[in-house]
Design a protein around this ligand. Structure first.
Ligand code: PXP
Length: 271
């Protein structure tokens, strides 16, 4: 192992296999399987089926967002997934006492705290951690006391990332939406640079670094090439492709692209 990689491994918190350090894990968000079901208030398709197929396709984690308005995932889905998911279960939730109570009951492996607004189509921005320090400190401490790994979804802003460390979070998930939706090459480059700096800051402050939102098959390589990012959380593009090719294949394809990009980035960094 090279010094750089050993150093990277150490920054991530101790001995790890080279493969684990190098290859990004894939969290598959299955909310939109429930969106299809809720469109008709039908009994199918079931998020548990999607989760099992995603795991067969190589998902390292299943992610779901139990929203206050229950527009897609329902409470019952969470409890069924808790019983059936074989990898790790990541519950995205707003920082409210109602959600905290549900998390205590369901015991996901990880909680990702996200902002929530009723009118939004999807999560639109990162959580303002700096502006909600006391609330988040309490939430993080309570979740950690229940042995739940806590990540906070933030914009790639250095102050927000550092504040995540101050409120005691284990990890940050960097919001990749602005990069993914950039309208010009210049804007994309600027947003990518912000992500790189935020990822380096996260690792420097001993936070694990994850990323997600808006990632699809054509841009996942750009995100996966940021070596500090350990895990990608991807939903809409995988579920959309799954409608055409099946969930297992859609996940396999995404993981293969992400891992190939990471291998290239590591080789490039070693030159
Ligand atoms: N990460 C977080 C925190 C999210 O809220 C979402 C959307 O639910 C995602 C990742 C996945 O985003 P997308 O569906 O655009 O892949």
């Amino acid at each position: 192992m090279s010094d750089a990689m050993r150093c990277h491994s150490a920054q991530l918190g101790g001995p790890m296999s080279l493969t684990k350090v190098l290859l990004p894990r894939l969290g598959v968000n299955i909310d939109h399987v429930a969106t299809v079901r809720q469109a008709r208030r039908a009994a199918y398709p079931k998020p548990t089926w999607a989760a099992q197929l995603a795991e067969l396709g190589g998902a390292d984690q299943i992610t779901l967002h139990l929203r206050e308005d229950r527009r897609h995932i329902q409470d019952e889905d969470l409890f069924l997934l808790r019983k059936t998911v074989q990898t790790r279960l990541n519950l995205e939730m707003a920082a409210t006492d109602e959600m905290l109570r549900i998390a205590f009951e369901a015991k996901p492996d990880m909680v990702t705290l996200v902002p929530e607004r009723r009118q939004e189509l999807t999560t639109e921005g990162g959580l303002d951690v700096a502006g909600n320090k006391d609330l988040l400190k309490r939430m993080v401490a309570e979740l950690k006391s229940a042995d739940i790994h806590v990540s906070i979804f933030v914009d790639p802003d250095l102050d927000q990332v550092q504040t995540c460390h101050r409120v005691g979070a284990d990890a940050v998930e960097l919001h990749t939406g602005r990069f993914c939706e950039a309208k010009s090459v210049r804007e994309a480059q600027e947003e990518h640079t912000r992500l790189v700096h935020a990822a380096k800051t996260a690792v420097k402050t001993k936070l694990r670094c994850y990323a997600g939102h808006g990632i699809h098959y054509d841009n996942v390589g750009d995100i996966a090439s940021i070596l500090e990012i350990e895990e990608l959380n991807i939903g809409h593009s995988i579920v959309a492709r799954a409608v055409m090719v099946g969930m297992e294949q859609a996940v396999r394809d995404m993981k293969a692209i992400a891992q190939a990009a990471r291998r290239d980035a590591v080789l490039f960094a070693k030159r």
